[in-house]
Design a protein around this ligand. Structure first.
Ligand SMILES: NC(=O)c1ccc[n+]([C@@H]2O[C@H](COP(=O)([O-])OP(=O)(O)OC[C@H]3O[C@@H](n4cnc5c(N)ncnc54)[C@H](OP(=O)(O)O)[C@@H]3O)[C@@H](O)[C@H]2O)c1
Length: 531
């Protein structure tokens, strides 16, 4: 290994000396450049010439590696290159870490890092501000990993020239901020096996594992050419949600259409983009939104997806705490419950995905909070980990009305209802004047083919109670406020989140069915793959 320590500033000669390279390594095996120094290409006069449209030399790239391998550049700053700042051409095993690249926003052809016909190139923690592409990827590049790149100004990360150069399909330019790209190999065309969870028939009563089956399908890892802006994703984490039971019945009058028997089940997930013809999503991006219960999915309705930009919380939290269920708790509590400090709050299914967060938000709001759950373990969690004032196992209470009376001797101001049925009836009898009931869901009714009516609705009049159902998706305009709020609370340790992870897609049906028997402790997620 040849080691170069650059600690000061190396300034390029004013002319090009007849070459298009200033510092170049050709045919070397093992070079490291470190020391925290700077290379200054002195390009401003040449840019001015080019911008004026005069006849000028092409310029020199500042640092070039060609036909070389085992290269490491760490902590180098490159400023004002006349042409590309760093070029990696026909190289193997190159690691560029913590490089800073700076050139004026209107400097022409000053790409930050250009990689071409190279394999195994890692670009990590780069800070690139140029007048052209931050990173440009030419043809013949494989196994390129780009992580935590800040780009701007600059044209982002461009891999568009591949198609032009080799007759391959071009990919749109991508802009990353704190982005990740991996495993780029545009020559890959293969079909791969694709394990899938399929709904067999419409479900009647409580869902069973046998209502679903595992099927071996096949999928192309290339985004379809006939569809504008599609992406192919590798699914990592899938969310198990009670509402999915509603999509397993033959009923089209809901806010979301039913699944089709014989088709792959759909749900919220976290996934990684493996191919894209969509300028908003690049290979290597992590996304969250509706995807298939399968290893790989082709997603055409990309407008419902959100690119993940927060990586210092577990990725799977983007379907729980930071996803649809966390958001449900947030809008349900703040928008529907109209909470006030000192309110008496009751939450059912309190240890679940939604309930655990509702209770914690209520505590932060200065409320007195009691939760119900279906096991001693969950009651213990509520009291000792999630900070509820009290909790009880509803399965052990012979009389729910009396149980609630003992926990709320002065009555309930807010009931956050996740279960419906007998618990709702009992809560209605315990409400205070001007109480609020947020009807979030009725999980107890999913398994009941002949649901019983609610008997105590007359209390709505006597106690002037407001009872309101809601669907979180009606409040999506609040998502940009929700996300940073919850992230901050989590990072400050003011809320915790409990997740229940089942490993393997084939265990998805059991995980889903378990929601209706109370098997899950916390947010139920299925891990399809960790990467
Ligand atoms: N309105 C919206 O926009 C929206 C969005 C998301 C979710 N939701 C609703 O919110 C509720 C909670 O969803 P989640 O995702 O947080 O699920 P979850 O609470 O994590 O899981 C479901 C839980 O329901 C409880 N349960 C199952 N059968 C029950 C029964 N017969 N009686 C009483 N409790 C029963 C079980 O806990 P125990 O062990 O405690 O019984 C189970 O763990 C559901 O009703 C769901 O449909 C609504």
């Amino acid at each position: 290994m040849i080691k170069f320590l650059i600690q000061g500033t190396l300034v390029a000669p004013s002319g090009s000396g007849g070459s298009d390279q200033w510092i170049a390594f050709s045919g070397v095996d093992g070079v490291s450049i470190s020391g925290g120094g700077t290379i200054d290409g002195g390009g401003s006069r040449l840019w001015a010439c080019k911008l004026a449209g005069r006849s000028c030399p092409r310029g020199t790239s500042s640092l070039t590696f060609v036909n070389s391998k085992n290269i490491a550049v760490d902590g180098l700053t490159s400023i004002d290159s006349k042409l590309f700042h760093i070029v990696v051409l026909r190289c193997q095993n190159v690691k560029l870490s913590r490089v800073n690249i700076v050139a004026s926003g209107n400097s022409p052809n000053t790409d930050g890092i250009h990689v071409q016909m190279s394999t195994g190139v890692d670009i990590l923690q780069a800070n690139i501000r140029t007048g052209d592409d931050c990173i440009s990827v030419g043809p013949g590049t494989a196994h390129l990993w780009i992580e935590r790149v800040f780009c701007g100004p600059g044209h982002g990360i461009s891999i568009g020239s591949l198609g032009r150069a080799q007759g391959q399909r071009a990919q749109s330019s991508c802009k990353y901020a704190n982005g990740v790209a991996s495993g780029l190999n545009r020559e890959r065309k293969e079909m791969v096996r694709n394990k899938q969870v399929v709904l067999k028939e419409f479900v009647v009563g409580a869902p069973k594992e046998t209502d679903m089956e595992i099927r071996q399908g096949k999928v192309s890892l290339r985004a379809p050419t006939g569809v504008e802006g599609a992406i192919v994703v590798k699914n990592l984490y899938l969310s198990c949600d009670p509402y999915m039971r509603g999509r397993m019945r033959d009923y089209s009058d809901s806010y979301i259409p039913p699944f089709q028997p014989g088709s792959v089940i759909e749900g919220f997930g976290v996934a990684k983009v493996v191919d894209s013809t969509n300028p908003n999503f690049c290979v290597g991006d992590y996304i969250t939104g509706l995807t298939g219960w399968e290893e790989y999915s082709t997603i055409v309705r990309t407008e419902q997806l959100r690119k993940i930009e927060v990586f210092d919380v577990p990725l799977s939290y983007h379907v729980g705490l930071l996803g649809m269920t966390g958001f449900t708790a947030y809008v349900g509590f703040y928008e529907i419950c109209a909470p006030k400090k000192g309110d008496y709050v009751f939450v059912s299914a309190a240890s679940g995905a939604v309930g655990q967060l509702v209770g914690q938000l209520a505590k932060l709001h200065g409320c007195y909070v009691v939760g119900s759950a279906g096991s001693a373990q969950k009651v213990d969690l509520l009291k000792n980990k999630l900070g509820f004032d009290e909790a009880f196992n509803y399965k052990e209470e012979p009389d729910l009305t009396e149980a609630l009376r003992s926990y709320f001797p002065k009555g309930i101001d807010i009931y956050f209802d996740n279960v419906g049925g007998a618990m709702l009836d009992a809560a209605l009898l315990n409400m205070r004047v001007h109480g609020r009931v947020a009807v979030c869901g009725m999980v107890s009714q999913h398994a009941v083919s002949d649901p019983k009516g609610i008997s105590n609705l007359y209390t709505l009049v006597m106690k002037r109670i407001r009872m309101e159902g809601f669907i979180q998706s009606d409040y999506l305009h609040l998502f940009p406020k929700f996300l940073p709020t919850i992230i901050d609370l989590y990072k400050q340790g003011r809320i915790v989140y409990i997740e229940d992870m089942n490993e393997g897609l084939e265990n998805g049906p059991a995980a889903f069915v378990g929601l209706f028997t109370g098997n899950n402790v916390g947010k139920q997620v299925v891990c399809v793959s960790r990467e």
